[in-house]
Ligand binder design. Sequence first.
Ligand code: 5AD
Ligand code: SF4
Length: 436
Amino acid sequence: MSSNKKLFIQTLGCQMNDTDSQHIAAELEKHKDYSQTDKMEDADLIIINTCSVREKPVQKLFSEIGQFNKKKKEGAKIGVCGCTASHLGKDIIKRAPYVDFVVGARNISKIKDVVDIKGSVEIDIDHDESTYEFATAKTNKYRASVNISVGCDKKCTYCIVPSTRGDELSIPPEMIVDQVQKSVDMGAVEVMLLGQNVNSYGRRFSDGREKSSFTKLLQEVSKVEGLERIRFTSPHPLHMDDEFIEEFARNKKISRCIHMPLQSGSTSILKAMKRGYTKEWFLNRTEKIRSLVPDLRITTDIIVAFPGETEEDYQDTLDVVRQAKFDQIFNFKYSPRPGTEALKLADIEVPDEIGSARLIELIELHKRHLEAIMPTYVGQTLNVLVESLKPNGEICGFTDNYLQVFAKGSDELLGKFVNIKITDNTRTSLKGEIVQ
Ligand code: 5AD
Ligand code: SF4
């Protein structure tokens, strides 16, 4: 019998939050008989799954729930989950008393227990969720996301995540492999392994078992039959040792697109951020990995205007951008976050207009790089996993190195690999014709 109770869930922030939202929805479907709706006005339960990495999404939370409260169906409940829930806790209910419950980023397994308890707040960052068997999350049919760890042991001085998600615990490898297998059984061809710091995997399990490593996990996951592509995010440049890079190059199932979050190209700013590596180490790692992996694409995260960032420091960042030739950059202007070490550096904050100008220049530099690189794909034939069909009859898919490609096609191609001869490009995607 289909359920009458409807859940509307809104996600702010990162990929991990998207997966968390899928877990929340799956838990509520399995244990509380909710089914999802994309119409907030029809929902009996509205959940907003938040991010607090930067200040903007936090401001957005309160304006968004205010709107939900005005427009919701009579009697509908509102819950706030995610990192802002961990960080603000009961203050959310103080500020917005119509919020029914608050569930932190490391307490998702409790959602079924608190959903019917008005005023409940579950935000324990030491809660062990690493062995909780979540209901299988429903994802894009061909792509699944699987968590490999919870929390983060790093203490990057700008980052609020360790205080919202707690210390790192690795999820046992057999649970991960089982989850990957289940996803493949449901039609997935590609899996995204998720953690705050994936390549420190295996240092601590909650049952005290022997340490393992991310390289070993990659080897185990790649044995899953029917799985064609493995992606992961985010690795930490500090832990990109030779063993890891060699496995990356050797393992044919691993996508040739890697995220290498630079944050800053200045060794002294990296030190102030407590990133643990230097400009030279980062460049050495990008060179090594590029030399072993043909057609590799590298994406990155960069923060400009970290407190104390001088013009010279910023020029170092531009220098790394020029040398590393990133294929995609997620740029951020430093945002002071509560409880972080960098907050103590308020007296050396970079003026906002300088931060904005640096951000714009960085974006322009990257645009010029994309304008040079993207046309070089025209004329090449690329192998593409077809993931969706657009209303205009175009299929959309991704190459092994994660280039987005469009072509005229039909729904029989969904989930298949096809060869596409590239005829045109934009700064961010390619267009072509299917060839045999
Ligand atoms: N200010 C700006 N950007 C931040 N990030 C994390 N914390 C902050 C902050 N306080 C960025 C980093 C990280 C990405 C997920 O968000 O670049 O890699
Ligand atoms: Fe934050 Fe650093 Fe952990 Fe990433 S590695 S989640 S930036 S503390």
